[in-house]
Write a protein that binds this ligand. Sequence first.
Ligand SMILES: [Zn+2]
Length: 329
Amino acid sequence: MSVKMGRDVVLAVDIGGSKVAFAFIDSSGNLQSEVATLPVPFDRNGVADVNALLEIFAPFVKKNKAQAIGISLCGNVDLHTGTAILVPNLHWKYVPFGNMLSEKYGLPVFAATDVRQALLAELIWGKAQNRKYIAWGTIGTGYGGYLFLDGKLYGGFHGFAGNFGHNSSGEADGFQCGCGKKSCVETFVSGPAIARAGQKLVDEGKSLILMRKAADGKVTTRMVFEAEAENDLYAVEIINDVIRRVSISLSGLVNILDLEMIVLGGGVVKGSPGFVNRVSNAIRPYLMTDEAKRDLRIEGESFDNSARIGAGAYAFDMLGIIKFWGAHE
Ligand SMILES: [Zn+2]
């Protein structure tokens, strides 16, 4: 092996609905710093404050370590311009965040939606290396994903492919979804949906364990997971229902696209022990072919936060420092 002079490093940043996580990573995907997490600055109208957000990059950029900034953003991003097209959690529409960041700090900025970055991390450094038919799915505040088909990242006609969570659950009297429709799968499987189901139990005086945990009467997603871990039958039923609905949803993808692997991440996936294995078992009866039943692999994300690692991977790929073996859309 040749000795490398100097080390290539980028600043990889995951901008979520409430927190921003910064880390320096090298061109092998290894962390070169602690991960620093800061709150997203919001203005008094609940809109993420663009200038304040740009400002919190300053201490990291001033370390003068990074050749570029890779961004993972919790919404739809124009890959070519880095413009945040629609980011419901930040209440952004058409914010040219990539350009603003690049102009402010004089560094190249490469931004993409978090699910795409997570999938890229799995393809380059994670469990999906050298595989051609992959879906990434995040189940957290919402439920969505991204696709890699026949060796190519797949964004669809408008770049909005992968919104698994916004297919209908088929429930006639479902809940209002953040997307504007009713009864989306997301409204039954996301973190807020789990908290809502737990809240209903407490309001009806059913789960003594949850009632004890929610001393002030307010149930959180975390409490439902804790109650499940304590074998509270009501909480177990909530999570079983989530597993069943996610399995049905993902089986639809596999039956249509003949995927070989689905990698799952997000707070809900990490919140319940064995979630990935349980989906892996529960999905089999919904798969059409014996080949899919035999070969489909359901995996948990390879990294602490695949989206942030993928933000770095994308920057290295765009800089030409690493070569992504697959194709971009
Ligand atoms: Zn929806």
